[in-house]
Write a protein that binds this ligand. Sequence first.
Ligand code: ADP
Ligand code: ASP
Ligand code: MG
Length: 473
Amino acid sequence: MSSATPQTRPLLVMKFGGTSVGSAERIRRVAEIIRGGLDERQLVIVTSAVAGVTDKLVQAAVAASRGLEEEWRTIAEELAHQHRAMVGTLLPAAEQPALLHRVEQEIAQVEKLCAGFSLVRETTPRAMDVLASTGEVLAADLLAAVLQANGSQAVPLDAAHLIITDDKFGNATPLLDETTDRVRQQLFPLLAQGLIPVVTGFRAATPEGAVTTLGRGGSDYSATILGAALDAAEVWIWTDVDGVMTADPRAVPEAHLLSEVAYGEILELSFFGAKVLQPQAIRPVMSKQIPLHIKNTMNPGGQGTRICQSVSNSRPGVRAITSVSQASMLTVNGKHTLSFPQLASRLFGALEQEKVATLIVTQSSAENVISFAIHSLDEARIRERLEKLFELERLHGYMEPLEVLSNVGVVVAVGENMKGTPGIAGRLFGALGRRGINVIAIAQGSSELSISFAVRSADVDEAVRAVHAEFRP
Ligand code: ADP
Ligand code: ASP
Ligand code: MG
């Protein structure tokens, strides 16, 4: 049974990303932002690990599984030092011992896990999730303690007790009904007492209590899962850019802020590499039509981006460009012996079982050929799977060998109002042609929200800049 909603002031979920809590100075700013939000709203806070910590934890685990003891011990010591130093800078002397003890406990657990990996010379997905999400536990404890030291009633909470998922360790999917009940039962009483829950992002657990994680960048997802479960008025994602931009500002210096973006547009952008929001994070708020805001911790007064059902007065055409720079293009050729539907159903059946994301799919029914792009990380696994799947046909000469083109990138132009606007594809490919960029494959989303094309990895940034310069979104 879900608890009733006790809200008096509107409820807001605020998530702070790794760079937002990346140093003592930044954590101070975050505490100010939280205090500033309290007058008008009830807040639930979600925090990522301090920037770089998750990468270091994964690096330690990999080193341990290779028996590189000095490396993993050095990383564990660096992490301990980094967190101790932040405790020393941020908390009054009387509050430090309790927090330092928590740091030692968490680092001791990291060391135990690494010693285990080292012993068996492998990592297991289940133990990896406990290890990889340690940074969020440390960050939530620290942020809550800083808020308390400043007179706010904050409580750190481990999302392993709140967000219930399946057991796909490393990339788990939330079980929404169980999660909603659990979240409401645990958080509403705290909110009713005027407390500010500070919840670990990224982390969750199976119904049996085994810790899982929500995929890299998963703290965004934690925030929207909590927002949907609590029927929050809004979810705010605080990060290190002003909001959703017309392109990644690291690749395109002229990229500028989009004040409004439609859910459909951000789904396309994030699926195709715009790291500003994790793709899975969109569905929970989209289905409940809860507005999502992206804001910059370093520029809290900025308007940010509002993500909502539909954008008012957006001009037709390309609104933003994104890219995946490390992809591979695979081509299966059924010659003339396998019918096209047979070829397609066997191919996509296998891809479905492998749960692989396809970035682009193109086909020629006449020639019985299907090409598709996947993330480079998936190449070896999918290649092996398809070679096995079509082994007999290959042996009998019914099919051509699988063709694999590595070092490919996928560029995607997105715009809700591209629908029905003639001439966009012509301008886009004209711009690429003038810069001498060779296009390997083209696909237009049937929703007409996007046009995607594959180029060589080395041409990706230039292609993004060419499209940006052509459409000046
Ligand atoms: P956080 O640690 O706050 O979760 P991320 O690094 O995951 O932050 O995401 C923010 C980054 O996303 C930005 O620094 C920016 O480089 C990148 N990014 C990629 N595409 C876009 C885009 N279209 N708009 C804004 N940021 C983008
Ligand atoms: N700390 C996790 C990561 O680096 C989750 C997040 O930052 O959203 O992937
Ligand atoms: Mg992120």
